[in-house]
Write a protein that binds this ligand. Structure first.
Ligand code: AP5
Ligand code: MG
Length: 187
């Protein structure tokens, strides 16, 4: 199974992707997590990504696409994956298309976690990650509206988008995703 989880900052992409990854037993691949690890390790990628992440802007496409090309080529990713945070603009969506074509992998399903923007700031402030500060959150939400939101229509046109209400409790959202994917419910 190849899944993309799409949604605004704080919508629960990471939370739902982690649950699904253990339910389906395929890797959860989060560009945000991979980039945070690179920053904490001070790798060349981390050094280039850091200022963008600290200001709530997207890391340049070339860096993120190279990172994903490498990650999707790894052995564990051959049996499927759940992408969280990638693609996050049209350029990346086209790059993913090309990557999948080169790898001979079929296209997947996109889960769109639809939530009102208003409560998201509070969710993120309560979480308290390094980029969960009011001004950075505001910038991340603005970047989402400008660059990532157009992907909803992009994938809708391909008829591979599943629309999920991401505002109820975590377990309710997980249940809705499982039902939409027709996964067997855990006993
Ligand atoms: P990234 O880490 O992807 O951050 P984001 O998109 O801003 O999303 P978040 O991780 O904040 O939210 P989430 O949707 O995962 O929600 P979560 O499950 O954590 O990216 C960080 C940065 O990296 C970007 O700003 C950019 O600089 C860079 N980057 C990443 N990908 C990139 C790319 N492709 N290209 C370029 N740059 C890239 O939940 C949030 C909180 O809410 C948690 O505390 C959680 O417990 C809680 N919560 C979750 N679900 C619910 C619920 N249903 N009810 C109540 N609380 C909930
Ligand atoms: Mg996340």
């Amino acid at each position: 199974m190849r899944l993309i989880i799409l949604g605004p900052p704080g919508s629960g992409k990471g939370t739902q992707a982690a649950k699904l990854a253990s339910q389906i037993n395929i890797p959860h691949i989060s560009t945000g997590e991979l980039l945070r690890i690179a920053v904490s390790q001070g790798t060349p990628l981390g050094k280039q990504a850091q200022t963008f992440m600290e200001s709530g802007d997207l890391v340049p496409d070339a860096l993120v696409i190279a990172l994903m090309r490498e990650r999707l080529g790894q052995r564990d990713a051959q049996r499927g994956w759940i992408l969280d945070g990638f693609p996050c603009n049209l350029m990346q969506a086209h790059a993913l298309d090309s990557l999948l074509q080169i790898m001979g992998q079929p296209y997947g399903t996109v889960i769109y976690l639809d939530v009102n923007i208003a409560p998201l700031t509070l969710r993120m402030l309560q979480r308290g990650r390094q980029d969960d500060q009011a001004d950075i959150i505001q910038q991340r939400l603005a970047v989402y509206q400008q660059q990532t939101a157009p992907l909803v229509e992009f994938y809708q046109r391909r008829r591979c988008l599943i629309h999920i209400d991401g505002s109820p409790a975590v377990e309710v959202v997980n249940g809705a995703v499982q039902a939409a994917l027709k996964l067997p419910v855990a006993a």
